[in-house]
Design a protein around this ligand. Structure first.
Ligand SMILES: Nc1nc2c(c(=O)[nH]1)N[C@H]1C(S)=C(S)[C@@H](COP(=O)(O)O)O[C@H]1N2
Ligand SMILES: [Mo]
Length: 420
C-alpha cells in the first residue's frame, strides 16, 4: 500500500509507535530527560511565569500539535493550483472541523479577493437583476447552520481496492463547520423569479471561474450564501469572502469566491457536470447530476495514522454523515462485518452534518477487522464496497460511500484492507 508522504509518514509512524510504548529505545531516553518535569518534581513551566498576553493576537495550537496538519498526496495531481489537501480526521474529535484544518480543493488556485471589491451578481430569468456588495449581504437576515461538505471524489482512489494508508487520505475530503450567511431564497425573492425559472448557475471569481447548475428547487430550499465559518470570516481557502452552501450535496456545487448567480430554464452542462462529476458505469453510460452525498461513515481512530496504543480498554471513534438528513444509527464491527454492535453517538445529531460516534471495547491483542456502517433517517444503509461495485462497476471516481475496513495487527499497527 502506498504511503503518500514517504518522509513525514515514516517519522510520524515512528513517533506514534514510540509514544504507544510498543517500541522502546530513543523514546525511553527522551522520557528520562523529561522526568524532571514529572511528579513529584516541580515542572519547568511552574517555576517561572509564562508568556504574557498580547503576543499572540491570533492564536495558534500548541507547538506540540504541529503534526496536526492538512496533507497532500503528491502523485494525485499534476499542479498544486488544481489539487487537494486532506483534513487530518485521525487527529480530530467532535463534529466541528477547525478552520485551518478544513480540506481544500481548488481548480485554479486560491483567489485572494479584496472584500471591498466583492460583488455578487444575480441575473437571467428575474424581474430585477441585482448586484450585492458584501456589506449588503451582511445587512440581510442571517442564519447559522452546521453542515458537512464532502467532495464527490472522497474515497475515489479506493474503487479498485485498498490504496491509501490513512483515513486522512481515504476519507479526508470532508469537513463540517458552522456557516453564517443569508438564505439564497431571500436573494432570489428580492430579484423576483420569472415563471419559467427552473435552474440556477453559480460561478466563482477564481481563475477556474468554476461553475455549476443547480435546480431551483434546491436553491429555494436550504442553500446559503455564506460569508462566515465557525464564527469568523471564511478562510481564503474556503472561498473568502462569499461561498455557496449547498447542504448534503457534493462539494463541487458549493461554489467558492461566488461572483454570479444566473437564473435559467435548463441546466448549462458545464465542464464540471459533464466531463467531470458524472459517474461512468460498467455499461459505458454515465450517471449525471448525482448531487446528493449518500450516508457514509469511517472510523477515524484507530486507523493507519493512529495505531492502537495499548491493550485493554480502547475507544473507537468515528464520523458519520448523510446528505439526505439525519444519521439515525451507526454500527461497528470488530470482525469484518460478521457481527455488528450499535455505536454510541455523542453530541449533536443534525441534518446533513457529521455526527461523532464511539465504541468502547477491551483489546486483548488479537487481530481485528474494524468497520463502521451508517444508517440515515430515510432507512438507507451504507453499503459494502462489493455491493457498490455490483451496481456502479469500477470505472467510477465519484460517490464511493462503501464500508471501510481497518485491520488491527497484534502490534497495534493499523492497515487499510478489504474483506471479501
Ligand atoms: N470557485 C470554485 N469553487 C469551488 C471549487 C473551485 O475550484 N473553484 N472547488 C469545488 C470542489 S471540487 C469542492 S470539493 C469544494 C471544496 O471546498 P473546500 O475547499 O472548502 O473544502 O469546493 C468547490 N467549489
Ligand atoms: Mo470536489
Amino acid at each position: 500500500m502506498a504511503d503518500p508522504n514517504e518522509t513525514t509518514g515514516t517519522t510520524r509512524r515512528r513517533f506514534l509507535v514510540g509514544a504507544a510504548g510498543l517500541a522502546a529505545g530513543s523514546v525511553a531516553d527522551a522520557r528520562a530527560e523529561s522526568a524532571k518535569n514529572l511528579p513529584p518534581n516541580v515542572p519547568d513551566w511552574t517555576r517561572q511565569p509564562g508568556e504574557g498576553v498580547g503576543l499572540r493576537p491570533y492564536g495558534n495550537p500548541s507547538k506540540y500539535e504541529k503534526d496536526v496538519v492538512r496533507r497532500t498526496v503528491p502523485w494525485l495531481t499534476a499542479t498544486p493550483e488544481s489539487s487537494v489537501s486532506f483534513t487530518p480526521l485521525h487527529q480530530l474529535d467532535g463534529i466541528i472541523t477547525p478552520n485551518g484544518l478544513c480540506f481544500e480543493r481548488h481548480h485554479g488556485g486560491i483567489a485572494e479577493i479584496d472584500p471591498a471589491d466583492c460583488r455578487l451578481m444575480l441575473h437571467g430569468l428575474v424581474d430585477r437583476p441585482l448586484v450585492f456588495t458584501l456589506n449588503e449581504l451582511k445587512r440581510l437576515p442571517r442564519v447559522n447552520k452546521i453542515y458537512f461538505l464532502e467532495c464527490a471524489a472522497n474515497s475515489g482512489m479506493e474503487w479498485r481496492g485498498a490504496q491509501l494508508n490513512g483515513c486522512q487520505y481515504t476519507h479526508g475530503m470532508v469537513h463540517c463547520v458552522e456557516y453564517t450567511g443569508v438564505l439564497l431564497k431571500v436573494l432570489l425573492e428580492q430579484a423576483g423569479l420569472k415563471p419559467s425559472a427552473k435552474w440556477i448557475m453559480a460561478e466563482g471569481a477564481d481563475a477556474a471561474a468554476m461553475n455549476r447548475s443547480i435546480p431551483l428547487s434546491k436553491a429555494l430550499d436550504d442553500c446559503i450564501v455564506a460569508y462566515r465559518m465557525n464564527g469568523e470570516m471564511l478562510r481564503p481557502e474556503q472561498g473568502y469572502p462569499v461561498r455557496l452552501v449547498v447542504p448534503g450535496w457534493e462539494g463541487n456545487v458549493w461554489v467558492k469566491w461566488l461572483r454570479r448567480l444566473k437564473i435559467g430554464d435548463q441546466p448549462w452542462f458545464t465542464r464540471e457536470e459533464t466531463s467531470k462529476y458524472t459517474d461512468l458505469l460498467e455499461s459505458g453510460k454515465a450517471r449525471k447530476f448525482t448531487f446528493v452525498m449518500d450516508a457514509k461513515s469511517v472510523i477515524t481512530s484507530p486507523s493507519p495514522q493512529a495505531p492502537v496504543k495499548q491493550k485493554g480498554f480502547n475507544v473507537i471513534s468515528g464520523l458519520a454523515w448523510s446528505g439526505r438528513g439525519k444519521i439515525r444509527r451507526v454500527d461497528v464491527s470488530l470482525d469484518g462485518g460478521r457481527n455488528w454492535r450499535t455505536a454510541r453517538i455523542d453530541g449533536l445529531v443534525l441534518e446533513k452534518a457529521c455526527v461523532r460516534f464511539y465504541y468502547e471495547f477491551d483489546w486483548n491483542g488479537e487481530e481485528l477487522l474494524l468497520q463502521s456502517r451508517a444508517m440515515d433517517e430515510t432507512g438507507y444503509v451504507q453499503p459494502s464496497k462489493d455491493a457498490l461495485r455490483k451496481i456502479r462497476g469500477v470505472n467510477s471516481i465519484y460517490h464511493n460511500n462503501g464500508i471501510q475496513t481497518w485491520a488491527i495487527k497484534p502490534d497495534g499497527e493499523v492497515e487499510n484492507v478489504e474483506v471479501g
